[in-house]
Design a protein around this ligand. Structure first.
Ligand code: MIC
Ligand code: SF4
Length: 643
């Protein structure tokens, strides 16, 4: 039987396990990436594991999230990451060099390699044919130490593309269409492969826009074949030697096949507050807009920026609109500048922000109260922009620019002919923003510099046979890690300071939670389905751990967050019968016993001591995960195992 693209890369990297969907596999990881908001913790963990130098073929530490330095905290974190990278053999992409996923695509992406990154949008690299996964910082730290990365062997989905995009319809609309079809839960447990004759018409950055938003589908990852388009992109980046062709075998078998005819798509938007709340732009046209933001790892390539510049040329952003433009990398910005397109953007009165995540993670540019913000980003969760009552719509750069000029949501097809955009045959290459690590010899005496904001890893607890705890918080479906551990300019500087971060835990849902959890001592959280979707931030597990959370009982979990809970030694449990969710009330005293046997049999009973109800729970852990739970988390276990 033929193999899919992902199956080919997995079999070439398989360390253990068998490739039947549902069983656990461990993969050799060629490359890793970290960004600064998750990187400080990843390097604290790498140090705790106690290895001198990374054992990967390439590891890169990017600074792109916490670039707002309104105090010493972020600057200290950057210094810590820079000195840790130099000592441990990691390349350091300095602030200003760009968003990790964009720079990775331009300078480091290699078809056929495996990559894990402490950021949920690491699958962006699937646009260049890499098998790339978002993971918690601790999993990345283990991979940097040469350890394998484990996951449940995913199912294989194939999206078959036919036709060609019409003018003004973009790769972003393809992402929104698949979100409309599958929803934010539809990709859970699956790798999404893009294929069909329509693929050849999509450039690598367009493919990367599509694989980027596979994270919003909950997919394990997404991948495109590596073909002539990929080769041309690598040539333009001066990296033809990195090219290898990869495609699925013609008789590869998929668990599900979805057909999309590119020529039938229209400009679309994801409406508040979920990336799968899709409407056509034609249905939304005329709605007043107060803010437009272009950028993020989804849509910040040179082609995206050139399209925006061409639409803005000779026009002015409407007086009621604030517009920001954040190019994805130094390469994009310098090329925009040298071809004159930057002048078109600036002359139109858009505000140029640095090459970083910026507004996407609430680092400035929060919308006005009840503002309508059109963003070319990938997430529009409630409050993520920094303004709780703002309404964020996710759109293509073309829709964003057209609406910025008119001040209302505008179907760009009404602007007439699509502007001619010429992409250069070769990109400007200047890797001076990437700092090489010290040699192994120099590294021996090099110091890693810490500031007062950098605190340690929270105390962990080996799993006990019984958990007696209070149900301190009950939440609904699709809770994101932005609900659990919000980001934004006020909180992100504390990513290396778990005690301080804990003050903000679940603030979007219930600001009283941290105090209540502390008072209870030991807590259990109850959630609905797809609990923990979104970001890979392990802080959404480490902070609850610090606050005394010992188990989370949910209808279902998102993959990365569930792994992060196990890595932190917090037990993830699901209801055997989802209807039992309704029986539990906040404040109830709960008891789960017989866990020593229960984590092996997979069944445990929860007793609600307040109501007397007994509820059956499922505890699906692999033997590796049971060992992690018994040790009190992956760090405790890995520390013991490292030689
Ligand atoms: C995000 O888009 O939510 C982030 C910020 O990039 C996160 C990582 C983080 O929380 O630091 C992600 O996607 O994993
Ligand atoms: Fe940065 Fe936003 Fe991309 Fe996350 S989604 S990596 S915050 S640009």
């Amino acid at each position: 039987m033929g193999q899919t693209i992902a199956q080919k890369i997995i079999s070439a990297h398989l360390v253990s396990g068998d490739m039947t969907p549902g069983s656990e596999i461990s993969l050799h990881i060629d490359r890793t990436l970290t960004q600064d908001a998750t990187g400080t913790m990843a390097y604290i963990e790498f140090e705790a594991i106690g290895i001198d130098r990374v054992r990967t073929e390439l590891s890169v530490a990017y600074i792109d999230h916490n670039t707002l330095q309104s105090g010493f905290m972020n600057a200290d974190d950057h210094r810590f990451i820079r000195t840790a990278a130099a000592k441990y053999g990691i390349r350091y992409s300095r602030p200003g060099n760009g968003i990790c996923h964009q720079v990775n695509l331009e300078r480091f992406g290699v078809p056929g390699k495996t990559l894990i990154g402490s950021d949920s949008h690491t699958p962006t690299a699937g646009g260049i044919g890499m098998l790339a996964f978002g993971a918690g910082g601790l999993d990345v730290a283990v991979a940097m130490g040469g350890g394998a990365y484990s996951m449940i062997m995913p199912k294989m989905f194939r999206v078959n593309l036919t036709g060609k995009l019409s003018p003004w319809v973009t790769a972003k609309d393809v992402s929104l269409e698949i979100l409309r079809i599958l929803s934010v839960k539809g990709g859970v447990g699956a790798i999404i492969e893009w294929g069909g004759e329509g693929v050849a018409s999509l450039t690598v950055p367009q493919r990367a826009t599509i694989t980027n938003m596979g994270a919003e589908l909950g997919a394990t990852t997404s991948i495109f074949p590596s073909d002539e388009v990929t080769r041309q992109f690598l040539i333009a980046q001066g990296r033809e030697a990195d090219f290898t062709p990869i495609s699925a075998d013609p008789d590869a078998v998929y668990d599900r096949v979805i057909d999309i005819d590119l020529s039938e798509l229209e400009p679309m938007a994801a409406c508040p507050h979920s990336p799968d709340n899709i409407k056509r732009i034609s249905e939304l046209a005329g709605m007043p807009v107060s803010q437009v933001c272009v950028g993020s790892c989804t849509n910040s390539s040179l082609a995206d920026m050139l399209a925006v510049a061409a639409i803005l040329r000779g026009k002015t952003v409407a007086p009621t609109v604030g517009m920001s433009v954040s190019p994805g990398s130094k390469q994009v910005l310098t090329m925009l500048s040298s071809c004159g397109a930057l002048t078109d953007i600036l002359s139109a009165d858009a505000r140029l922000l640095e090459c970083a995540c910026g507004p996407c993670i609430g680092m400035g540019f929060s919308p006005e109260s009840e503002g309508v913000s059109l963003r070319t980003f990938n997430r529009n969760f409630e409050g993520r922009s920094g303004t709780r009552d703002a309404k964020v719509f996710l759109v293509s750069p073309e829709v964003a620019a057209a609406s910025a000029i008119t001040g209302v949501i505008t179907d760009p097809r009404t602007l007439g002919e699509y502007p001619a955009i010429t992409l250069p045959e070769s990109f400007d290459i200047d890797d001076s923003g990437i700092i090489e690590p010290l040699s192994a010899e120099e590294a021996k005496t090099a110091e890693v510099l810490r500031g007062p904001n950098i605190k340690g890893y929270p105390e962990t607890y080996p799993l006990s046979d019984t958990i007696d705890a209070t149900l301190t918080l009950k939440v609904g479906d699709n809770i994101t890690t932005d609900h659990i551990m919000p980001a934004g300019a006020a909180i992100l500087p504390y990513r290396s300071n778990i005690p301080k971060m804990s003050e903000f835990c679940f603030n979007v849902c219930d600001p009283a939670f941290p105090e209540r959890a502390k008072a209870a001592g030991k807590s259990i959280i109850v959630g609905g389905s797809n609990y923990g979707q979104g970001s890979s931030r392990e802080h959404a597990a480490l902070v609850p751990l610090y606050l005394g959370v010992r188990a989370v009982v949910a209808k279902s979990f998102a993959r990365i967050h569930r792994d992060n809970l196990v890595n932190a030694g917090i037990l993830p449990l699901t209801f055997a019968d989802a209807a039992d969710y309704d029986k539990l009330t906040e404040g109830d005293a709960l008891s789960i016993d017989g866990l020593d046997a229960g984590i092996v049999s997979g069944k445990v009973i929860l007793t609600d001591k307040t109501t007397g109800d007994k509820i059956e729970l499922v505890c699906e852990l692999s033997e590796r995960q049971r060992e992690i739970m018994r040790a009190g988390g992956l760090l405790a276990l890995t520390g013991k195992n490292v030689k």
